[in-house]
Design a binder for this molecule. Structure first.
Ligand code: ADP
Ligand code: MG
Length: 489
């Protein structure tokens, strides 16, 4: 591309306008989309009434020109009435290694691009990137990797990941792979754990790290197993499986998220297995996530499970109270909203299922505080999160209550249903019955059955006995309250 075009006459003024346009686009489409598609745009020149914008690859050029072309033109016109047309071309420099899989220096070429002249009304906001049909690869031989990758979430970086006991091992492994991909012993890297514990976050963090680095850039393809399957099916339909295979096999790092999705999808599994083997043989890095360990992924082919377990297997454990507090603190600080420690503690106790829910609750509090300009308090928390908290209340089971209470009083769990009547055992058992009545919707007979088939009158007696004791004995009352709070979390 001839970036030295003599037509760049009014660059200073134009450059200012361009900066404003970029800013507006960024605000309109959001950070993720902007980083993925638009950040690499550079201003190439102005010729008559036509502005030229460059992008480093044909793929990006086509994408931007079809999806954002009209919007670009409207924005330019609002900035500069002289401009009537915007041309998006391939060329120019890459200001920063940004989008996934575009870090391989793509062959730069001068290709005439479609002009954007049609006076169609601009969309209110640019549409979100849709899945790309596999056959768009056919015409796109120069930059085969660019549409392999799903957009990365800019928040999902190593810096934004809070490390604690439950995830430190997985974090360390992810860091290691990001530093030195394809190291023996770390290939494949298999991350597993329950929903919302940070698998996707860590995968994106690896991808950001690898694509953002300036020396020895590598091409990374990250996608969900679901997307992998749809791409594969689309390739079969359009008879372009060869391209599909070639494209996949040309990356340096392949990341497949939520592999459990492939259970029962035998053909796609088979395809993944071959790609996997090919890449590993070529010394390329594979990163996979799933909700279970390789050996527990029943329904996945045996040979695939075996291969998946050959490298490093790291699990993300359920969060601890401490980790939840740290995460909340970090996210509150990031949001710039002052959240009292009491509220953070309350949330960390209450929402234990996964980080996504915890984050959602905090976001809602923050949004509420910003909207109404009111400080966050325990009261507003109860109010604003009413529905979320209620949903969490319902989850307490009698078994959990028995377990927590037994732990608290250091008695055996079996004593909850045993016939022993010693006070050291009987009192905790009564506390557990009381809490079961308070925290669950079970009837007295149902509760009795869970405590060694006791009669409902025994449960009734336990409830009134504990109530009475709580009124008389402050320490005992605090104890029971503490247990209740723990269980409600
Ligand atoms: P998964 O893929 O395991 O279901 P995600 O990676 O999507 O979970 O995480 C869910 C949400 O929780 C994301 O917004 C992520 O940023 C956040 N999250 C999870 N673990 C952490 C952590 N340790 N530190 C900061 N944020 C986290
Ligand atoms: Mg995920």
């Amino acid at each position: 591309m001839t970036t030295t075009e003599p037509e760049i006459v009014e660059m200073p003024q134009i450059a200012v306008q361009w900066t404003r346009i970029r800013g507006r686009l960024q605000a309109e489409v959001g950070e993720v989309e902007y980083r993925t598609w638009l950040r690499q745009m550079t201003l190439a020149g102005l010729e008559g009434d036509e502005i030229t914008v460059n992008l480093p690859t044909r793929f990006l050029r086509d994408w931007v020109s079809t999806r954002y072309g009209d919007r670009l033109r409207t924005l330019w016109q609002s900035e500069n009435a002289d401009i009537r047309r915007v041309e998006v071309r391939v060329g120019g420099s890459m200001p920063a290694p940004v989008a996934l899989a575009q870090t391989h220096a793509a062959p730069r070429e001068e290709v005439p691009a479609p002009r954007i002249e049609a006076a169609r009304p601009a969309p209110a906001s640019a549409p979100a990137p849709a899945p790309i049909a596999a056959n768009s690869w056919n015409e796109e031989r120069v930059e085969p990797r660019s549409d392999l990758a799903a957009p990365l979430d800019p928040r999902f970086t190593f810096e934004g990941f809070v490390v604690g006991k439950p995830n430190e091992f997985a974090y360390a492994c992810a860091r290691r792979v990001a530093e030195r991909p394809s190291s023996p012993g770390f290939n494949p890297l298999f991350l597993y754990g329950g929903v919302g514990l940070g698998k996707t976050h860590l995968m994106h963090a690896i991808a950001w790290e690898l694509t953002d680095r300036t020396t020895a850039p590598v091409s990374v393809a990250y996608m969900s197993a679901e997307k992998f399957m749809y791409r594969f099916i689309a390739a079969i339909r359009s008879q372009s499986t060869m391209e599909f295979k070639e494209n996949l096999r040309s990356v340096d790092v392949l990341m497949i998220d939520d592999l459990q999705f492939l259970i029962g999808k035998d053909n796609t599994q088979e395809e993944f297995f071959h790609t996997f083997n090919y890449l590993v043989e070529q010394g390329k890095q594979i990163v996979v996530s799933a909700d279970k360990s390789p050996s527990d992924l029943n329904g996945l082919e045996h040979r695939l499970r075996t291969r998946l377990g050959c490298g490093m297997v790291a699990d993300l454990h359920s969060t601890t109270y401490e980790l939840r507090i740290s995460i909340l603190e970090a996210k509150a600080a990031r949001a710039g909203v002052d959240v009292p420690v009491k509220v953070l503690e309350f949330l960390a106790h209450k929402i234990t299922s996964n980080v996504r829910e915890l984050e959602g609750a905090l976001n809602r509090l923050v949004a509420h505080a910003n909207l109404f300009g009111r400080p966050v308090t325990l009261e507003t928390t109860h109010e604003v999160l009413h529905d979320i908290l209620k949903a969490h209340d319902r989850r307490v089971t009698i078994e959990e209550i028995q377990k927590k209470v037994a732990e608290h009083y250091s008695i055996r769990l079996t004593d909850m249903s045993s016939a022993r009547r010693a006070r050291a055992v009987a009192r905790p058992r009564q506390v557990a019955m009381y809490l079961a009545k308070q925290l669950t919707s079970r009837s007295l007979p149902e509760i009795g059955r869970k405590f060694g088939n006791r009669d409902h009158t025994t449960v009734m007696h336990a409830v009134s006995r504990v109530t009475e004791l709580m009124e008389r004995d402050g320490t005992f009352a605090e104890d029971v309250e503490l247990l209740r709070r723990l269980l409600e979390s």
